[in-house]
Design a binder for this molecule. Structure first.
Ligand SMILES: [Zn+2]
Length: 232
């Protein structure tokens, strides 16, 4: 099993290859379709068969080129039901700034609120969806908090988490996402993912992190809500 990261302008898409089957996770910004196609070709598109596209959440820098790739490869788009409703409109969920970082980023809101080509997802799920029917030995799981419809892909000891945590400003270090729909829900989702024996986290922005790094980050976070939520 391989997890390949494709990065452009500090945003990540991933190609997960399990045997001869593959799945695309997220699709970068609008207009990145040809860039992604070139990268997928370099990986060796003829050595595996792409089965589906999974969109972690309805932000333009994750869903931007999904429509183009889905049409090109003639493969379905899978996402959480809540995210699906935004994708159908090409809209980003309302951005709730978290701490100073989020407020600063909102100054660039014009860029952040970029729309993207809308599309109806082919398959939506609510809590968990196994990927066996696509030949992938993994599953999708609802991990809300950054947005209400955010979800992650788990395969083996790896989790591709979208923006559940973000490598902003330092790609090598996990940090809170600058936009959080609900802090408690976000923490519960991190706890849920951690309970699945994950060893490596693959974020939507930044470099992959070992679980120790994520645990270390959470341990140094002193805010009471963290301890209260994780204790329950
Ligand atoms: Zn996001």
């Amino acid at each position: 099993m391989k997890i390949l990261r494709i990065s452009k302008n500090f945003c990540n898409a991933y190609i997960i290859i399990d045997g001869v089957k593959g799945i695309i996770v997220d699709t970068l910004t609008p207009g990145s379709g040809n860039f992604l196609l070139k990268k997928i070709e370099e990986i060796g598109v003829y050595s595996f068969e792409l089965q589906a596209i999974f969109i972690t959440h309805a932000h333009f820098d994750h869903a931007g080129s999904a429509k183009k790739l889905s049409k090109f490869f003639n493969i379905p788009i899978i996402t959480h039901r809540i995210t699906g409703a935004y994708l159908a409109k090409g809209e980003n969920p309302f951005l709730t700034p978290y701490r100073l970082k989020g407020k600063l980023m909102l100054l660039g809101a014009k860029m952040i609120n970029t729309s993207y080509p809308s599309f109806e997802p082919d398959i939506v799920f609510d809590s968990v969806m196994r990927l066996d029917e696509f030949g992938i030995d993994g599953y999708l799981i609802h991990t809300p908090g950054h947005t209400d419809g955010s979800s992650s892909l788990v395969i083996g000891n790896n989790a591709v988490i979208g923006d559940l945590l973000m490598g902003v400003p330092y790609p090598q270090k996990p940090s809170w996402p600058p936009f959080v729909s609900d802090t408690k829900t976000l923490l519960k989702s991190i706890k849920k993912i951690l309970s699945d024996s994950i060893k490596t986290f693959y974020p939507g922005h930044g470099l992959p992190w070992d679980t120790e790094l994520v645990m270390g980050f959470l341990d140094t976070y002193k805010e009471k809500v963290y301890h209260r939520v994780l204790a329950n």
